[in-house]
Design a protein. Structure first.
Length: 76
């Protein structure tokens, strides 16, 4: 599962920041002139990144010709 930190890093690459208790409003930007983020921007990016991961997993399984359930059985 994608966390807020991954989404923030994706949205504002090459920046330094700190956040308290996963609260986007608490972000302290240590890099100058960084546009603040909203909770919605971070949530949308988390969903986008997770979809990319899910799509990649699906593509790999499709190439292997197996379902997610079959993969789970193989890994059990």
């Amino acid at each position: 599962m994608i966390d807020k930190a991954a989404a923030i890093s994706s949205l504002r690459p090459n920046t330094e920041w700190t956040m308290t208790n996963e609260d986007v409003k608490s972000i302290q930007w240590n890099t100058p002139n960084v546009k603040p983020l909203t909770e919605k921007e971070v949530a949308d990016e988390m969903a986008r990144l997770q979809k990319n991961i899910d799509d990649e997993k699906s593509n790999i399984l499709s190439k292997l010709g197996i379902t997610a359930e079959e993969a789970a059985l193989l890994l059990a």
